[in-house]
Design a protein around this ligand. Structure first.
Ligand SMILES: Cc1cc2nc3c(=O)[nH]c(=O)nc-3n(C[C@H](O)[C@H](O)[C@H](O)COP(=O)(O)OP(=O)(O)OC[C@H]3O[C@@H](n4cnc5c(N)ncnc54)[C@H](O)[C@@H]3O)c2cc1C
Length: 493
């Protein structure tokens, strides 16, 4: 068996590894980096355009990021953080466009106003309060609000036509919202990395075993899925950017920090319409409120999408029950992930989330007619024949131990890193690819602290001007940064 030696091994070719590889290559072009991807293309799992919703998550329209408190108020902290983190992604993408590391922005990002839409007295009161609080903050100051059906009709004609004129409705709008083709973005990042002599891409290769050597490096077994042959790659640093596949790999690594983690896979489906006459009448991402009892990842939305240059409308997601951790994974994934250390947390979550499991199973069993009937809440005049069903990607929600050692289910993302900084894994899927840059900066800060202090932090600031400062508290900084990124990425024109 042959052994190759690299500085950095990136496992998985999605948005996360593409972003980390890009950052590392720009911080130190002499680093030898290998990216291993089990499929024959990069970004064909969750990062592919059709496998996610492509929302540039900035907290503008997603009502689950601003929960309502028991006294009827609205918490906005999470939306502020997500917004500031998305601005960090926009800064890196702008830098790369200017440097020729990404193509013209319309190849991966397009202006799509972000709107929230609700009906009924209580929901209208919630949205009004949400708007009051968010628009008072500089990050959200452009947010518009209306209860006037004529205004809403202009913003979202498909949503308003055929609706009961006596129904109380309200909406908010941010004109500079975005639709992002994360698949195109990641593929272009990897394409640019391939221009470097120090970057190596191994497609159709799968990582399946690890050995932590005495010198601190990792000996990683990689199998060529075409020839069946295996080889070992020795790496000083390993990043598990394997999406749903990150949890089993983290368990395989045997690091203490992996103890107790489990995964709860959730599948998704979209209704898709490609009829140009209908697509031309909707230019927005319209997010509503999740049905009572539904998990946060199934907030319904009617979206304009541009994937590989092709416009379409997409509605969903309809969540579903699955045993697979990857769309192209195995039905044994969930079972194989159960270990002594996570058995109890997984059993806890299983027992405490029966309602969620029942909800997911009922979603899978829905007929086309039932799904179209949900779509009618957002597009009353839609015709069932104009819409087809498409499979989205998988999400693996994190199961971990709480303070008392019991299992709990989390809906965010989490970086798990070995204490010596030699290996890190990203678990979970929300808010996802939109905040990939901030997530990968966290990898750099936790795993390369000395290099950061020795100059990488200054280099990072050239790429991301707000790095080290707070966009949440510094309104003048936000003003400068935002006008620059909107201009470079041609957003809001
Ligand atoms: C239905 C849905 C809707 C979403 N909507 C949005 C949205 O609107 N906005 C947003 O920002 N995010 C969204 N997300 C989340 C976003 O898609 C993910 O957070 C992001 O794509 C994850 O990127 P990744 O690189 O971690 O994983 P992936 O893109 O899944 O890439 C992981 C790669 O690792 C490979 N791999 C796995 N195991 C191995 C192995 N052993 N060896 C080698 N390679 C391996 C896989 O083949 C895959 O290519 C959504 C996700 C889903 C499922």
């Amino acid at each position: 068996m042959t052994t190759e030696k690299v500085d950095v091994l990136l496992v998985g070719g999605g948005a996360m590894s593409a972003t980390l590889g890009t950052l590392l290559n720009r911080l130190d072009p002499s680093l030898k980096i290998t990216l291993v991807e089990r499929l024959d293309h990069v970004a064909h799992e969750s990062t592919d355009g059709w496998n996610n919703a492509g929302t540039g998550h900035a907290g503008y329209c997603e009502l689950n990021y601003t929960p309502q408190t028991a006294d009827g108020d609205v918490e906005i902290d999470r939306a502020l953080s997500i917004n500031a983190n998305f601005e960090i992604s926009l800064q890196l993408w702008s830098y790369l466009v200017r440097q020729g590391g990404l193509p013209e922005p319309e190849n991966f990002i397009n202006t799509t106003p972000h709107m929230s839409f609700v009906w009924g007295e209580d929901n209208v009161a919630f949205l009004r309060r949400r708007h009051e609080k968010l628009s008072a903050h500089h990050l959200f100051k452009e947010m518009e609000y209306s209860e006037d059906p004529a205004v809403l009709n202009e913003w979202m004609p498909l949503v308003m036509e055929g609706r009961d004129p006596d129904e109380k409705v309200a909406a908010t709008r941010i004109p500079h919202g975005t639709d992002v083709d994360f698949g195109s973005l990641a593929r272009n990042m990897v394409k640019s990395l391939q221009e470097s002599d120090n970057f190596n891409l191994l497609l159709s290769h799968e990582v399946n075993d690890f050995d932590h050597a005495k010198d601190g490096s990792w000996h990683v077994r990689v199998k060529d899925r075409t020839s069946g042959k295996s080889k070992t790659i020795q790496a000083d640093f390993v990043f598990l950017g394997a999406g749903g596949g990150a949890l089993p790999l983290l368990q395989e690594s045997g690091i203490d920090e992996a103890d107790g983690y489990g995964g709860f896979p959730v599948s998704g489906m979209w209704l898709v319409c490609k009829d140009p006459a209908i697509v031309a009448r909707h230019s927005a991402k319209v997010y509503g409120k999740a049905a009572i009892g539904a998990p946060p990842m199934s907030v319904p939305h009617l979206d304009t999408r541009i994937i590989n240059g092709e416009p379409a409308l997409l509605f969903g997601p309809f969540a579903g029950f699955t045993m697979k951790f990857l769309k192209s994974g195995s039905k044994l994934d969930l079972l194989k992930s159960v270990s002594v250390s996570n058995l109890m947390p997984m059993v806890d979550v299983g027992f405490n989330n029966m309602d969620l499991t029942k909800y997911l199973i009922s979603e899978v069993r829905q007929s086309h007619k039932e799904r179209v009937s949900t779509l009618r809440d957002y597009f009353p005049d839609c015709k069932a024949d104009d819409w087809t069903l498409a499979r989205a990607g998988q999400r693996v929600q994190i199961i971990k131990k709480d303070g008392s050692g019991r299992g709990k289910l989390e809906f965010g993302t989490e970086l798990v890193a070995a204490k010596d900084g030699s290996l890190a894994a990203l678990l979970g899927a929300s808010p996802g690819a939109s905040v990939a840059v901030q997530a990968m900066i966290e990898v750099l800060e936790r795993c390369f602290p000395e290099k950061m202090a020795a100059g990488w932090n200054q280099r990072l600031k050239e790429m991301i001007p707000s790095y080290g400062e707070s966009l949440k508290t510094d309104a003048a900084l936000l003003e400068r940064v935002r006008s620059d990124v909107l201009d470079t990425l041609k957003i809001g024109e």
